[in-house]
Design a protein around this ligand. Sequence first.
Ligand code: FES
Length: 207
Amino acid sequence: MDAENGLNKGLVDTNREAGATSAKGTGAALKCEAESRAKVDPRNTAAGAAPAGPDSPYIQVDRALKRCQYSQDALIEILHTAQETFGFLSEDTMTYIARELKLPLSWVYGVASFYHHFNLKPQGEHSCNICMGTACFVKRAGEIVETLEREFRVKAGDTTVDGKLSINIVRCLGNCGLAPMVIMDGKVHARQTAESMLEECRKVLKG
Ligand code: FES
């Protein structure tokens, strides 16, 4: 099931903003807030994830958890490991991490969905993340999105049918002086136009 659709949206929306804000704060604050949330609403805790066994797909995640001594402060590092292992963060993976760190699933989802680095859906061979923060939007990032959607016949947030290209819209990447900014396969492309990004995508897809 799709992670975004599968989760309790109301619950997530309620917790998302607070989760995202605190993620930028100290680890201690994150832990403290998470503990208080867990106490306030026990229904919000993750449960039901399959236990880890010798054949568990979560071996890399387990190693990272052990290395970090199951510290809730290490949530982002654990999410990084999971994404490196699976390519994206599925609902099952987030549920597993939430359970192991004794954090509410909505908290883990809130952090994962806040950072553009984390993918909640399987990604194509190449990914094109277009910033639609205010500065990039004003400098016509929307035209880049529309052009790529039209050319590659895929909606932003999805992957082409051949699995080659994912187009994503992300929030401010924190370097507004480079607007409009796009990250293609992890590489920054500054001050782009619809034409320049179209050319770049074609080039990347050709290999
Ligand atoms: S709005 Fe795009 S980098 Fe800030």
